[in-house]
Design a protein around this ligand. Sequence first.
Ligand code: TXA
Ligand code: MG
Length: 350
Amino acid sequence: MTFDAQILLPDEKGLEAATRALKAGDLVAVPTETVYGLAGDATQDLALAKIFDAKRRPSFDPLIIHVADFEQCLSLVNQSLLSLPAQELLRKIASTFWPGPLTLVLPKASHVSDLATSGLSTVAVRIPASPITLNLIKKLGSPIAAPSANRFGKISPTSAMDVKKELGQAIHWIVDGGDCKIGVESTILEITFNGELRLLRPGGTSSEDIKRITGLPIQEITLKGETFSPQAPGMLESHYAPSKPMKLISELNEIQRSQLPEKIGILSFEGISAEIQSWVEAIIHRPCIVKVLSPSGNSLEAAKNLFKSLRQLDESDAKLLFAIAPKNTEGLNLAISDRLRRASQPKSSI
Ligand code: TXA
Ligand code: MG
């Protein structure tokens, strides 16, 4: 069955329509500060099943549950499986970073649907910073499960129109909250029984900030893509991927000039230096469409433009895309590098 998604304004009328749809077990794409989410009522298994179906997402990849406040978060968590120091740590992290781009992986309460957690004993929870979506969760009176509103493995949407392009034929409703302020997904952090911290996905909250607030080290699980564990999220090597082949610029040397197509697209973290420009031109020697995420190399600006620019290159007539990653992995640069690396993996590894 194909649909033609309707865009709802985030006013009283639009939010009433969105709440009605969610109550009826239907899906609604909603804005968050990171990327748009495809929301369903987390207490209705049918709605959860519809999310996997609309995204064509494999059932082993669990969903993030979005709540309106800390109390609602605790209702999803089995606190007895957290030591007292871990419970204190949870409160400290939540009160510092929520609402905001941080998802916490915690022991799940028994009533949380196995569909949402893909049968894991943990649940991923966050309080998003979008007042529109917070309002919607409050009106619904239950948490919402919301993965990014794209087909599985594809580019996350950061505007209502991007959602329409991705899922317009698979869902009925999209709430338009404008462009997402952050532009990359939330950081996913697991708090273990003993109060250890494990970074499962870099994202909108920097590891440096988490370390500073908690005074604790963070174990990094997925960064080099070397670990594959069902407990590590976003762990599939090829992800956030354009439909065109994409490579990191470091791979350019390995490619024969004769193998290059007529038109190349380049996605660069910052303004391309004259040195790189001449190197690229000498090797490529072809017209290039260049998208710069931030001319001055500002991480916030680059993150906000990342998926939009990737999508624009994917829609251009370039046949092969190259990405130039940030030179360091400080702050948001870690998440930007992670997304560029995964977007550049061979598609066969999805
Ligand atoms: O910013 C975000 O996090 C956005 C917005 C919509 O909130 N959501 C998002 O969802 O990025 P999604 O489904 O695209 O990515 C969620 C990741 C998945 O890679 C999944 O494996 C992981 O979270 N995840 C969910 N539950 C988990 C759990 N219990 N343990 C480990 N990873 C989990
Ligand atoms: Mg996603």
